[in-house]
Design a protein around this ligand. Structure first.
Ligand code: NAD
Ligand code: IPM
Ligand code: MN
Length: 356
């Protein structure tokens, strides 16, 4: 029987509350399948670990993670530790060290999920965001000169390499071609006269290899307006690291909220482990209350199954989430219900088991 070794970094705030529910459903999928199983190893890394040890992860943390088939992560960051330290020393360093250059984030309005938009058809909110996840505005390149002096200057460079742009854009074209969908590139070439002009040029160049894919290019400001006014325009979307970060929170808002937004950080070559995580943070405002919505992390678990070669189980999990939304009896407060994290997750589990 195939055994998948999964590193679990539950992390901070609501992270542990939602990740434990995702683990249960992964185990259930494995037992129902009978052909594979999971072996989970938990790492106590995060802000509490930092306050005790001065580090967000073990010194050889990246080395330790390398031998796993995938990483399942909850959330990182909590008041008390500066965000740029906690995120750079754990989440972002993993994405970069393991060359997880694809951040795949579905923006799909499931039946029963709340939508704040009027006059929009439910089936029109069905996009897949491919966010560049290794460089761009998140390259971490810059300087802080004359710190605390009157002539203080900070520089934060955007780094757009040909390799980095080509590979994420090619991945998006391949996905659009495979799924018979349109591909929209979102950039900002009118103002960012080096990076985004280059991005647009590469989008055209790579497109020459995919003549059957219908494409659109939008400026990011207009794209954010269209996501609200006319989301049906978007199917597969490819964009830079920062734009993708911002637009997928907007995507979450129109597709049921942060409690339903899932994401996968992929190293498509499988040279390194990929990482699966809800896109929400540690939600300090509700942490410890047992009311965080577990659906985003359960959906991320379904993405793990997709990536490990079991998309049939991944799909059943998303269908089970939809069943629970439609039934509307076991919803957490963010979705207008009064259920706990455990009640909502149990309901997904029950629907999942009855779908077999
Ligand atoms: P957040 O996503 O933690 O919270 C934003 C809002 O969404 C809050 O009102 C929160 O209660 C709600 N929310 C989020 N997840 C929810 C869930 N599962 N169920 C119900 N409601 C949910 O974003 P923030 O407040 O900007 O950030 C908090 C901390 O998390 C910061 O330290 C930030 O840097 C970090 N962060 C981490 C990640 C990550 O680990 N991937 C992502 C975003 C933010
Ligand atoms: C996300 C998060 C991270 C990002 C932060 C916490 C660094 O917001 O995964 O969307 O910006 O990528
Ligand atoms: Mn984000």
């Amino acid at each position: 029987m195939k055994t998948f070794k999964i590193a679990v970094i539950a992390g901070d705030g609501v992270g542990p509350e939602v990740i434990s529910e995702g683990i249960k459903i992964l185990d259930k999928a494995a037992s129902l399948d009978g052909g594979f199983k999971f072996e989970f190893t938990e790492f106590p890394w995060g802000c509490e670990y930092y306050l005790k040890t001065g580090r967000m992860m073990a010194e050889d943390g990246i080395e330790q993670l390398k031998k796993f088939d995938a990483i399942y992560l909850g959330a990182v960051g909590y008041p008390g530790v500066p965000d740029h330290i906690s995120l750079w020393e754990l989440l972002l360093i993993i994405r970069k060290s393991f060359d997880q250059y694809i951040n795949l984030r579905p923006v799909t309005l499931l039946k029963g999920a709340p939508c704040p938009l009027k006059n929009v058809k439910r089936e029109d909110i069905n996009m897949t965001f491919i966010r560049e996840n290794s460089e761009g505005e998140y390259a971490g390149s810059g300087a802080w000169l004359f710190k605390d002096k009157p002539n203080e200057v900070v520089i934060q460079n955007g780094v757009f390499s040909r390799k980095g742009c080509e590979r994420v854009i090619r991945y998006a074209y391949e996905l659009a071609q495979r799924e018979g969908k349109t591909l929209t590139s979102i950039s900002k070439g009118n103002a960012l006269n080096y990076s985004m002009v280059f991005w647009d040029q590469i989008f055209k160049e790579v497109g020459a290899d995919f003549p059957s894919v219908k494409t659109f290019s939008y400026l990011v400001d207009a794209a954010s307006m269209f996501m609200v006014k006319d989301p049906g325009r978007f199917q597969i979307v490819v964009t830079s690291n920062l734009f993708g970060d911002i637009l997928t929170d907007l995507g979450a808002a129109i597709a049921g909220g942060m409690g339903l937004a899932a994401g996968a950080n992929l190293n498509p070559e499988r040279e390194f482990p990929s990482m699966f995580e809800p896109i929400h943070g540690s939600a300090p405002d509700i942490a410890g209350k047992g009311i965080a919505n577990p659906m985003a992390s359960i959906w991320s678990a379904s993405q793990m199954l997709d990536f490990l070669g079991y998309p049939q189980w991944g799909k059943k999990i998303v269908d089970a989430i939809e069943d629970v939304l439609v039934e509307a009896k076991n919803l957490t407060p963010d979705l207008g219900g009064s259920s706990s994290t455990a009640q909502a997750a149990d309901a997904v589990m029950e629907k999942f088991a009855t779908r077999i």
